[in-house]
Design a protein around this ligand. Structure first.
Ligand code: ATP
Length: 331
């Protein structure tokens, strides 16, 4: 039996299979219909379908595997050694005319934001040189790292985090096809951890299913190395009620039981404080200032235990002034 990664097994082949990016897909289908498109820039967070969509677009345009192989070139800006390698590969690929009925070839340059500004300048000239028969698709996490002259030559598409409902449906589809046992709270836990990253969600489902016979929230948080949000909330509430020592104990348990690093705890505190219904906006703002300082100090090498204990002390302080009605009560 061969091991297959589900992110590959369930990678959409056509634009219709791509989920959660409806406006983008609609526009791209228009290009397919007309067999004409500008250069494209796909920007957005990891695991939201940029690479998948570029390939799906090529499949829909060229229609056969042979024609995709002949007309579609994917390069990774982080793997390729500098702009010279990229230039040579692009030149070799672009110098022959497109095969089939679509009048252009596609060069997909992944992780384009890893190229230096100088390399991007060189690329801009390459784009111009081959523009008669070649379209570029640039994919990146941050469009701001792409130089203006390239951005202005492209139609820019911003990929957002995948909506929860779309992630849920995709996970359930995969779970059913793989014959997995799962619970609803297991799926919710994956959605919580994935934060809109569908690759992360599918990988978590696969790992969790290998670790336990049923994918439930317990195994998901264990695999993700994150605490159950309820436990983090309980710790925050203890501190807000002034029970500093029990909050501190809860913190230790989290770090020991889940093997969480101080940075992991900080990220989860960030989410839970922001989502809290009992804290006012001003209290959240005050806590965020403090949490960002804790984050900075930990990154700089300060002792995580001590810093997080200080964070809990801050929560105690905020809890006390909340009781007194001193801080920014909502009217
Ligand atoms: N919108 C989507 N629809 C369906 N599947 C998706 C989508 N986005 C991601 N996936 C799944 O996650 C995997 C990874 O997606 P993809 O490589 O397209 O992400 P990406 O946005 O290019 O990420 P990165 O910025 O890390 O390169 C795909 O193989 C697919 O299984």
């Amino acid at each position: 039996m061969t091991f297959e990664l589900w992110v590959e097994k369930y990678r959409p082949k056509t634009l219709d299979d791509v989920v959660g990016q409806d406006d983008i897909i609609r526009a791209l289908k228009g290009f397919v219909e007309k067999r004409s498109m500008p250069h494209l820039l796909f920007a957005g967070p990891a695991g939201t379908g940029k690479t998948t969509t570029a390939l799906a677009l090529a499949n829909d345009l060229y229609k056969s595997e042979e024609l995709v192989a002949a007309n579609y070139l994917e390069l990774n800006a982080s793997d390729e050694r500098g702009i010279d390698t990229i230039r040579t590969k692009i030149k070799d690929f672009a110098k022959t005319a497109p095969f089939g009925e679509v009048p252009f070839k596609i060069i997909h340059l992944d992780e384009a934001d890893n190229l230096t500004a100088d390399a991007q300048q060189a690329l801009r000239r390459i784009m111009e040189m081959y523009s008669a028969t070649t379209r570029f698709i640039f994919a990146c996490n941050y469009s701001s790292k792409i130089i203006e002259p390239i951005q202005s030559r492209c139609a820019v598409f911003r990929f957002g985090p995948i909506p929860e409902e779309a992630i849920k449906n995709r996970l359930i589809m995969i779970a059913e096809r793989e014959g997995l046992k799962y619970t609803e709270d297991g799926i919710s836990a994956i959605i919580y951890v994935a934060e809109g990253d569908l690759r992360k969600a599918i990988n978590l489902l696969q790992t969790a299913s290998a670790m336990a016979s049923t994918v439930d929230s317990k195994v998901v948080y264990r695999v993700a190395g994150l605490a159950h949000p309820e436990e983090v909330r309980a710790m925050i509430n203890s501190a807000l009620k002034g029970k500093f020592l029990s909050a501190r104990e809860a913190l230790r348990n989290l770090m020991i039981n889940y093997g969480m690093s101080a940075q992991d705890v900080i990220r989860q505190l960030n989410r839970e404080i922001m989502a809290s219904k009992s804290l006012s906006d001003k209290e959240k703002a005050m806590l965020m200032i403090f949490l960002s300082e804790v984050d900075f100090r930990v990154t700089e090498g300060a002792h995580g235990d001590v810093q997080l204990a200080a964070m809990l002390a801050k929560l105690v302080e905020v809890g006390e002034s909340h009781e007194r009605g001193a801080v920014g009560r909502e009217t």
